[in-house]
Structures are given as structure tokens and as C-alpha cells.
Design a protein around this ligand. Structure first.
Ligand SMILES: C[S@@+](CC[C@H](N)C(=O)[O-])C[C@H]1O[C@@H](n2cnc3c(N)ncnc32)[C@H](O)[C@@H]1O
Length: 254
């Protein structure tokens, strides 16, 4: 007998992205642990509750909100970024361990709903591993249910292949793109700065924001032709919603 945690990828926006496996895991769960933060919080928490309401057949489940520990820096990119992230993960691990112990009975089933897929720019699995390493007395198992990532939502909505024939694709951040430039196809995530502007003007871009939602925005073309429009559309949408999530695929000209 042991507590069990499902880490469920819920797709990157559209509730229809949920897989059959995810729906089965939702229906197996008694306690959902939620730990959203920031400006997107209320919209994303609402979407998670909507997903539960829509797909769970017998609504005996509960939501438990986990307080998010303060980051030791704002995780701006000065200072020791990795150390700040690792301190923050350790603090989260302590909060999560206490919540799992308090909220789940000895054979209880809990879940974390991970946006998109839990393996992509998401710390849930790292934090659960940290709990296993540091709170060994807390007996629990966990499994991972894959989800549709923002990358797949982006390529599907633009109806474009991710890679060129036989070629690799890099998944990176705006910060790394600015530091290293573009070498082959790349998907850029977590970019608050329209970093595609460092690319040559004939670079192709497929950009998407709020993918899979009613507010979805899509723009594609050469950076030199559509880059300024993307920056303007992005700034306007961010101001209107108070937050934005956008992703783009870049491909150097032949
Ligand atoms: C912390 S990462 C999480 C990624 C997520 N685990 C996934 O599988 O897509 C958040 C970033 O993913 C991208 N993203 C997530 N959902 C998105 C959406 N619906 N539309 C556009 N970009 C999205 C954005 O680049 C955002 O900054």
C-alpha cells in the first residue's frame, strides 16, 4: 500500500488535447495539487478546473492549492541562475512533501496537472525526484501521462513539419537564441523579448500565441516581413490579457 501521484500532461491549451490515458488518470485521482503563479494564474487555474469538471465522471475530488515559495532572486539572468533555480526547487520540494503527507491517506491517489507535457520546460518531475531523494520516509510512487506540447500545437495549427527531411531541430529559449544565434531549425519558448529579431530577415518564422484557446494568434512569414507585426500583435495581446504564452518555429533560409 502506497500513495500514488499521477503527473498528467493536459496539453497546451485546448481541453480536447487531453488523451484517453489522461482522462483515465483524472478519474483515478482524489486530490489535485495546484501550484500556479503569476499573472496567468487565474486563467490557467480556471482551465484546469474546467478540464476536471468536463472529464471527471464522479466528482468526489478536491483541489489543494500549494503556496509557491518565493524565488531567492527574480531569476533574472544575472547572478547564479542555476543555483537560484535549484534553491527554489528544493523549497518547492519541501512544500510538496508536506502537502502529500498531509492530504493523501496511505493509499491515496493525487495528481499534478502539467501544462502541455511534463517533460518540456516543466519542473514537476525534478521536484518529485528531489522529494524522493530528500524525504525518503515519504512513501509514494508516481507515473507520467504524456500531453500535447506547445510545440505540437504550434506545428499543427500552422500545418508545418517540425523538421526538414533528415534534419535535427533545437528546442531552446529566447535567451539562448540571443546568445548563440540560429543554426538550423529551432523552436523558441519562454521568450519575453521577441528574440527572433536577431535572425537574418529572410529567416522563416511560424509564430503562435495562446495556442489551442479561443484567443489563439498565428502569424507566419519571413522575419524581415512579419517580425515587426508579431512584436506589435504580441505587445497588444499581452497588455489586453495581462499575460501571454507564445512559441515559434524558426528556419534559416536555404
Ligand atoms: C514553462 S513552459 C511549459 C511548456 C509545456 N510543458 C509544454 O509542453 O508546452 C511555458 C512556455 O511554453 C510555451 N507555451 C505553452 N503553452 C502555450 C500556448 N498555448 N501557446 C503558445 N505558447 C505556449 C510558451 O513559450 C511558454 O513560455
Amino acid at each position: 500500500m502506497s500513495r500514488h501521484i499521477h503527473v498528467i500532461g493536459i496539453g497546451a491549451g485546448d481541453p480536447d488535447y487531453l488523451t484517453v490515458q489522461a482522462i483515465q488518470a483524472l478519474n483515478d485521482t482524489q486530490v489535485f495539487f495546484a501550484m500556479d503563479k503569476g499573472e496567468a494564474k487565474s486563467d490557467l487555474v480556471a482551465l484546469r478546473r474546467q478540464i476536471c469538471a468536463r472529464f471527471i465522471r464522479e466528482p468526489g475530488y478536491r483541489f489543494v492549492e500549494l503556496p509557491d515559495p518565493k524565488r531567492s532572486t527574480d531569476l533574472g539572468f544575472g547572478g547564479d541562475y542555476c543555483e537560484a533555480v535549484s534553491d527554489w526547487h528544493a523549497a518547492r520540494a519541501r512544500v510538496w512533501a508536506a502537502a502529500i503527507a498531509a492530504e493523501l491517506g496511505p493509499d491515496g491517489v493525487g495528481a499534478f496537472l502539467a501544462w502541455g507535457d511534463p517533460s518540456l520546460y516543466d519542473s514537476t518531475l525534478r521536484i518529485l525526484d528531489a522529494i524522493k531523494a530528500e524525504a525518503a520516509e515519504l512513501d509514494f510512487t508516481f507515473d507520467v501521462i504524456p500531453g500535447i506540447t506547445a510545440v505540437q500545437a504550434l506545428t499543427a495549427r500552422h500545418r508545418v513539419p517540425l523538421n526538414e527531411v533528415g534534419e535535427p531541430v533545437l528546442i531552446t529559449t529566447g535567451r539562448k537564441l540571443r546568445a548563440h544565434g540560429l543554426h538550423g531549425s529551432a523552436v523558441v519558448m519562454l521568450d519575453a523579448e521577441c528574440s527572433f529579431q536577431v535572425c537574418p530577415p529572410d529567416t522563416q518564422i511560424w509564430w503562435g500565441a495562446y495556442l489551442g484557446t479561443a484567443d489563439e494568434l498565428l502569424v507566419a512569414g519571413a522575419v524581415g516581413e512579419v517580425g515587426a507585426r508579431i512584436a506589435a500583435v504580441r505587445a497588444e495581446a499581452r497588455a489586453r490579457h495581462g499575460w501571454i504564452m507564445d512559441t515559434y518555429l524558426l528556419r534559416p533560409a536555404d
